[in-house]
Design a protein around this ligand. Sequence first.
Ligand code: PMP
Length: 404
Amino acid sequence: MLDVQKIRKDFPILKREVNGKLLVYLDNAATSQTPKQVMDAIVDYYSNYNANIHRGVHTLSQEATDKYEAARHKIQNHFNAAESHEIIFTSGTTHSINLVANGFSTLLEKGDELLVSAMEHHSNIVPWQMLAERTGAILKVIPMNLEGELLMDKYDDLLSDKTRLVFCNHISNALGTINPIEEIIQKAHGVGAAVLIDGAQAAPHIKVDVQKLDIDFYTVSAHKMCGPTGVGMLYGKEEWLNKLPPYQGGGEMIAEVTFEKTTYAELPHKFEAGTPNICGGIAFGAALDYMNSIGFEAIAAYEHELLEYATQKLLDIDGLKIYGTAKNKTSVISFNIEGIHPYDIGTILDKLGIAVRTGHHCAQPIMDFYGIPGTVRASFCFYNTKKEVDALVAGVKRAVNMLL
Ligand code: PMP
């Protein structure tokens, strides 16, 4: 069991007021809040050992290098990667996906097929469209049903010996659906295709074992799991990372440079050009320590309880419709109320100190599928409480009374 009142004390921001009301923060799928343990790691870095890493002979540089590489090992252990050099520090999921998409431009031929799920964030669509334009590869979509579940029989039909890559999120940010990635991966491997799983929404809720699931590429943004913005990771199987060319050229990623020819550094440095977000990487490691100290099983169980409680309470409101009713889902509730624009509900909730997201959630194809401009999205974290859910429900009822 998780002690939510004790946990809340770790998050200073949860004490602040917004519009004269105690903040109720329910926009966790956009970014999570930061515990003081992670802030302490950031302050410690800038107070005590701020220096550029790798190659520095002085003490500060060595300390910063050790802590940065220790963070890489923490990430490796957390996701159970076989090698620490399979963990590439990036600025987040968007960067990770672009890195892989760029690399595949040297591996694809005209007519090769790429399969994308119908419920992707734009960052797992646009880089592949750009890749398809550059290479002549064809992008095909795995459709979904009204509950927000992928149609796996259609997936079977789409897979062929032309399929080179499949990309899909582990959990949808707009609907909360947990996708059957084990089956997706096994079937893709059956036709010799590689799989990239966008784990931006899953890593904050589920402990992922990349070896057990036989994942080729997995992407994470630290800011969605109690870490800072501007840092994340790409996990890639060594054999795949070795096949991909570097994404950016510059310092840190080279073995030797002459004006005639440059040779590249070994993994992971080949993909880490320039001075990285050193403090961010270290703080990412601190965020993983923090979440593991609570425990992912306890987190998942508690968030599921919040999801069920909130779903039931919200459905009591007349005219409220939830988008994304998959059997297997996490703590995201996307909804609309007949006759009211989501933006108006979000604005009234903000006046009550309640932060939710409104709009298309960077997933316009999902909104097109349902024929709506957007939704109101409440997304829960392990520091939220049932009392906060009650505040949300009361706020939505108030909005309905004012607007209808
Ligand atoms: N994929 C999913 C499923 C997401 O929820 C997000 C963030 N909303 C992203 C990708 C992009 O992450 P970032 O903006 O941190 O690169």
